[in-house]
Design a protein around this ligand. Sequence first.
Ligand code: NAD
Length: 462
Amino acid sequence: MYDFELLVIGAGPGGQTAALRAAKLGKKTAVVEAREPGGTCVNRGCVSTKTLLHSSSLYRAALEGAAVGVHAEGLRADLGEIFQNKLRVAQTLSQGVESMFKSAKIPLLRGRARILAPHRVEICAPDGELAVVSAESILIATGAAPMRLPLPGMELPGVLTSEELLKGPDRLYRSLVVIGGGVIGIEFASFFSDLGCEVTILEGLDRLLPMLDRELGQNLALILKKKNVRVCPNALVERVEACEEGLRVRFSTRGQADSVTGEAVLCAVGRRAAWEGLFAQGLQPELDGRILKVNRRYETSIPSIYAIGDVASQTQLAHVAAAQGQAFAELLCGLENRVDMRIVPSCVYCRPEIAVVGLTEAEAKAQGIPVKTGKCVMGGNARTLIEDPGRSFMKVLAHSDTGEILGAQLMCLGAPDMISQISEAIANRMTPEQLLLAMRPHPTYEEALSDALSDLAGKLKK
Ligand code: NAD
C-alpha cells in the first residue's frame, strides 16, 4: 500500500494541471515543491516578464503620449516599485495555486524531492528534515533552468541569467547587452529599452527569433532599431571582460572582431531541462539529448515514473506543459485525451506582439507541402492606426489543393488573443472560406484577419 496513488514533483503549470486533474478523477494525489507554487511561469518566467512589460509599456505610452495629446510631467519609472508589483502579482497567483490544491485536498509537501527508487521519493524539507514517501506513480514536472554559455567571463558579477535579472536589479542600467535574440532576449530587451536603457542584442544566427518565420524577425529588428536597440545578428560571442563602463562583450561577426559594453549582460541562450540531483545514484532514466525520454503516455524508461513539461519536452512552453499535464492525468486514469498536441501556438510579448501556430511557408516548402499564403499589411487597419505600434501584419497559409488552413504568423497588437482562431481552424481542418463566414467587429485588429483570409481564399481559387 502506497502513501499516494500519484506523487507530482513540481508545482508549475504542468505539475499543477496534472495533480488537479488526477485528483478530480479520483486519484489520491500529492505535490512536492521546493520553491514557490506556480513554478517558473508564475514566479520567474511568463507572468513575471509580462507584468514587467505592462509597467514598461505604460511608461513608454506616457512618454509618447504627447503625440496624441496626453502630456505627462514629472514622469518617473521606479524600478523598485515595478519589481515589487511583479512580486505582488506572482504571489497572488502562487497563493491561488495553493488554494486550488487545498480545495482539491491535495497535500503540498514543501521540500526538494529525490527519487530513491520506483515508488519511493525522499523529500528534504527547507529545515533539512528528511522524509520518505511512497507512491504508485511518480510524475516529474521539474521544468528547466537558464543555461549559461561556457565562455570566459560568464561568471563575472553583472553577467546574469533571466532568473537572476528577475530578482530585480539594484538600479536601472544605462546599458544592457543581451546575448541571444530568442524569446527571452527580446522580451527583456523590450522592457529595458522602454525604460530608456541602451540595449544591444547579440544573436548568433542570422536574425532575431530565428526559430520563427523570417519576416517576423526581420520586421522586429527594424522596430527595435527605431527604439534605439542595436541588433547584431551573426554574432559569435567569445568572452566577457570587466571594463570601466562595466562589462565588455567581445564577439565576431563573419570573422570581424567587434565588442560592445554594458553595465550588465543578460545571457538568454536557452533553458536546460532540470533533472540534475533528482535521481538517487544508480537510477538514471534514458535521455533524449538533454531532456528525459518519454513514450506516448509520458512514461520514462523507468516504469511508474513519468515526466511532462520542459524537463521532457522539446517545446518549452507553459501551455504545452499544462496540456501534457492534463493528457498524462487522463491517460493514467484510463481516459482518452482529445487535445491535439501537434497544434502549439507560440507568442512573443514585444510591441507589437507576435503569435504563430502551425507551419510557416518555409517549413511547408521543406516538407514538400504545396501552400498558398494570404497576407494583410495593417497600415490601413483602423485600430492599428489609432494605437500605432509599428509594422504590423498577418499571414495565413493553406494547402494549395485542399484549402485547409495549415498555419499563421501574426505580428500585431492583440496577436496572442487572436491566434486560437487559427489553431481551431487547423484542428478542425477548416478552410479560409469557412473562417470568413463569421463577421468580425469594427474597429478591431481582427478585421485584418478577414483581409488576410480573403486574400488567401482568392489565391486558392486561381
Ligand atoms: P530561445 O531558444 O528562444 O532563444 C535563444 C537564442 O539565443 C536563439 O535565438 C539562439 O540562436 C541564440 N543563441 C544561442 N547561443 C548563442 C550564442 N552563443 N551567442 C548568441 N546567440 C546565441 O531561448 P530563450 O529565449 O532563452 O527561451 C527559453 C525557452 O523559454 C524557449 O523555449 C522559449 O520559447 C521559452 N519562453 C517562452 C516565452 C513565451 O512564450 N512568451 C517567454 C520566455 C521564454
